[in-house]
Design a protein around this ligand. Structure first.
Ligand code: GRF
Length: 197
């Protein structure tokens, strides 16, 4: 963070619903999080979260991955737009595109993701179903630094929930999501405080 500004600048990337992005915006508005949200960027024009961001007065942009002929060209375009905001952290909040190693390296140490499992367990998709099928009694979510390997970077904070006998993937996902909405702002604030130490 530069000395001339007291708050960390975030750019948040989404692909859909955007409920985690919303929890971050709300925590910032309530003064629980010392950040300025410079922009919300979606790779999908129909992402529901875009409307919320616009209404919250945040710069909301679409960079449609379908308009690019390669992952590399899409990531390069995204990196250029993100760089224009000079963010301290780039926050993946339900951003459903695999990122190239070049992109990850460019934002190394500043690129953060939330994953719905207790990493290193259940990397990848369908985490809730897989946790139930493997007989876990606890499940949860992890906020972690993004590295080139999928869902593999150092964990910043985790939240746990019980897995109940009558859970299906949806009931378990809802219990985890409720915790995600507390976890992501808390993990970002932890990074912000570390940065200003
Ligand atoms: C969350 O479950 C998050 O952990 C995962 O994708 C989902 C995004 O939900 N990475 P939302 O778009 O934030 O509502």
């Amino acid at each position: 963070m530069t000395e001339s500004r007291s708050k960390a600048r975030l750019v948040i990337l989404i692909s859909g619903r955007g409920s985690n992005m919303r929890s971050i915006v709300e925590a910032a508005n309530q003064g629980q999080l010392d950040v300025d949200i410079a922009a919300v960027i979606s790779n999908r024009p129909d992402a529901a979260g875009l409307e919320y961001a616009q209404q919250a007065g945040i710069d909301a942009q679409v960079i449609d991955h379908k308009l690019y002929d390669s992952r590399e060209s899409f990531d390069a375009a995204m990196a250029e737009v993100i760089d224009s905001y000079q963010p301290d952290f780039v926050i993946l909040a339900g951003f459903m595109r695999i990122l190239t190693a070049d992109f990850v390296e460019h934002f190394a140490g500043r690129l953060i993701n939330i994953h719905p499992s207790l990493l290193p367990k259940f990397k990848g998709l369908h985490t809730h179903q897989r946790a139930i099928e493997s007989g876990e009694t606890e499940h949860g979510a992890s906020v972690h630094f993004v590295t080139a390997e999928l869902d593999d970077g150092p964990v910043i904070l985790q939240a746990k929930v019980p897995v109940l006998d009558d859970d299906d993937a949806d009931t378990l996902a809802a219990r985890v999501l409720e915790q995600e909405h507390l976890l992501y702002p808390a993990a970002i604030q932890k990074l912000v405080l570390q940065q200003t130490e």
